[in-house]
Design a protein around this ligand. Structure first.
Ligand SMILES: NC(=O)c1ccc[n+]([C@@H]2O[C@H](COP(=O)([O-])OP(=O)(O)OC[C@H]3O[C@@H](n4cnc5c(N)ncnc54)[C@H](O)[C@@H]3O)[C@@H](O)[C@H]2O)c1
Length: 579
């Protein structure tokens, strides 16, 4: 099948193109790159099944030619979002209304099925929640620019419906609620990519109004399969269908989530609507879709959580913000260290060796285990004294490869000391900060986990006890040898409570599991990834194209992959390694 995607270089259009190509279809992507990006489709340009046409949907002759060559049409091209249409009303209305009119006219001429993407803005300021496809619309004056996006999309819907009803053209209308994901541009006012870029660049996250307005955000990887399924559904013809997530979050909550997940030091700034839009702005307090129709028609169920959505966009933005071929190296690290009570992490490292295995006394191996560091999270209530600054490393001026320092704490909270934990405040670029420091007030699980240096034995600590630590890291043949010398004195009597000298020099990376795999009678089992890899290799041996392999992999392991693109990424990795 060959599909025409108008707006095919846009955010959703390009993901739709990926999915169609992955399942073996051909794609013509028409786009004038008004808000779309060449980068979004770059990887397909050499694919003979992919054709990019730079042009506008208001060019009737061009559209005539492309519709004639396609089997179906996904109509996504539009001036997108309220901001754009308020700023450039005439041009935007022509794109949205005239463009759709031309497209439907040509689809009718050649008898091609059309799916058009409409928007939750259709419902205007309706307070009826959740918003059902047959709900009334509630709009302000047509002279207020804010409502014209909704009106332009309503005209598209009316046209598509009329072509279906009066002329029998199969059309499906999809009302998209906030759809987000990698490749979405922050340049046109879309809230989540705007927040993500601000957080990564260390700027304030500007929340319009008081931030209590809430929205639901759906991931594009949940939305694209729904578009494909709706195009194939006979029952969806002549209908409007809501597609979106029902997981609600306030915009203020979203800003905080982005800051938390990115580990940014950015702050939230509330901006009154009148300072953003000339003449003020009417925003909807809530917007939640009723998705029962989509559930019934195509079994639609969004599965990507908000945290996963935000993570995927942070990941995408990090790559986008990096200069071509750039490598992200930090400018400065300030390392913070704290004494911690971490029984679970400690027993994972030091515990197993107290139980005999292979008929051996494993106690000696325990000495190796407690001389290795591990990465792990600690909560702020696990700190027995406030973190101290160990060192600051400025990578722009650094000359010494090793670092050493002496630290001493007076224990503030009684408990059992299991070791020390070290995390850092990192400056990636001016104003771009992240932190996994063991801070009382922040969540240290943010970016990556801090390092835990276990003590030889746990030490009961009382408030007032003194813990001193001599820490060093010395570079030996490309690897750091860590040394930590601990001395604990009683706060009241001054008596020594414990003294340990530990070093990674005394250890080798070791785990009981790794040791078991060395035994002759060890029977290795394939992990799920192993099974999938085996399937991919078998299909490669049968010389199937990667798109076909990905489809089969997705069909066999539907719980492992969210969509065919996801499976395709896995397949590509395997083919790169073994192809
Ligand atoms: N992303 C969302 O949250 C959301 C929500 C509701 C509806 N929608 C709808 O989904 C569709 C895709 O939106 P998106 O989020 O991918 O935005 P997008 O801006 O990335 O995609 C729109 C694409 O249309 C192209 N385009 C604009 N004018 C054109 C013209 N005259 N001729 C050819 N191409 C033109 C743009 O260059 C862009 O590539 C739009 O119809 C939009 O109204 C999106």
């Amino acid at each position: 099948m060959r599909a025409l995607i108008t707006g095919g270089a846009g955010f959703i259009g390009s993901h739709l193109g990926d999915a169609l190509l992955a399942r073996g279809d051909s794609v013509i992507a028409l786009d004038n790159l008004a808000t779309g990006r060449h980068d979004n489709i770059r990887e397909h340009l050499a694919d003979p099944r992919f054709e990019f046409v730079l042009g506008s949907i208001v060019n009737a002759d061009l559209v005539d030619d492309l519709v004639a060559r396609a089997d179906v049409v996904f109509h996504l091209a539009a001036a997108v979002g309220v901001k754009l249409i308020v700023e450039r009303p005439l041009e935007s209305l022509v794109t949205n209304i005239r463009g759709s009119e031309i497209l439907l006219e040509k689809a009718h001429k050649y008898g091609r099925k059309v799916l058009i993407t409409s928007t939750s803005e259709i419902y205007g300021k309706s307070l009826e929640l959740p918003m059902h496809e047959d709900s009334d619309r509630l709009l302000g004056s047509p002279l207020v620019g804010r409502w014209s996006y909704s009106t332009s999309k309503a005209v598209d819907e009316i046209l598509a419906h009329a072509y279906w009803k009066a002329k029998g053209l199969p059309t499906v209308i999809v009302r998209l609620f906030n759809t987000v994901g990698p490749r979405q541009s922050p340049d046109y006012g879309m809230v989540l990519p705007r927040f993500v870029d601000a957080a990564l660049e260390g700027r304030d996250l500007k929340v319009h109004g008081d931030g209590t307005q809430s929205r639901c955000f759906g991931h594009v990887r949940d939305v694209v399969p729904a578009l494909l399924a709706l195009m194939e559904s006979r029952e969806a013809e002549g209908l409007a269908v809501n597609i979106g997530s029902q997981e609600e979050i306030t915009i203020l909550g979203l800003a905080k989530l982005v800051i938390e997940r990115s580990g940014s030091s950015s702050k939230v700034q509330l901006i009154p609507y009148q300072d953003v839009y000339v003449g003020g702005f009417e925003d909807m307090p809530r917007r939640v879709p009723d998705i029962n129709r989509a559930r019934k028609l195509i079994g639609f169920e969004p599965v990507t959580t908000l945290a996963e959505i935000v993570d995927s966009m942070i990941d995408d933005a990090r790559r986008r913000l990096l200069a071509p071929h750039g490598v992200l190296i930090p400018q400065q690290d300030t390392v913070w260290t704290a004494v911690v009570e971490a029984p679970e992490m400690y027993s994972r490292r030091a515990g197993p060796w107290r139980v005999p295995e292979f008929g051996l006394d494993m106690e000696a191996a325990r000495q190796i285990a407690v001389n290795t560091w591990m990465s792990g999270r600690v909560a702020s209530n696990q700190l027995l004294a406030a973190p101290l600054r160990w060192t600051t490393i400025d990578y722009r001026t650094i000359e010494e490869s090793g670092v050493r320092a002496s630290l001493s704490w007076v224990i503030e909270r009684g408990g059992v000391g299991h070791g020390i934990v070290s995390g850092l405040d990192r400056t990636i670029a001016p104003g771009l900060l992240l932190s996994n420091a063991p801070d009382r007030n922040s969540n240290p699980s943010l970016v990556y986990e801090p390092l835990f240096f276990p003590w030889t034995e746990p030490v009961p600590l009382a408030p007032g006890d003194h813990v001193s630590e001599k820490l060093s890291a010395t570079l030996v043949r490309g690897n750091y040898v860590w040394c930590w010398k601990t001395h604990v004195r009683c706060g009241t009597t001054g008596a020594e409570k414990a003294a340990f000298t530990q070093s990674t020099f005394l250890s080798a990376p070791v785990s009981l599991q790794a040791l078991r795999t060395q035994a002759r009678d060890y029977v290795p089992a394939l992990s799920e990834n192993g099974h999938i890899t085996l399937l991919v290799l078998t299909l490669m041996a049968r010389r199937l194209p990667v798109g076909e392999i990905a489809t089969q992999v997705l069909g066999t392991y539907p719980q492992r992959f969210t969509c065919v693109e996801d499976a395709l990424a896995f397949v590509r990795d395997i083919t790169r390694l073994h192809g």
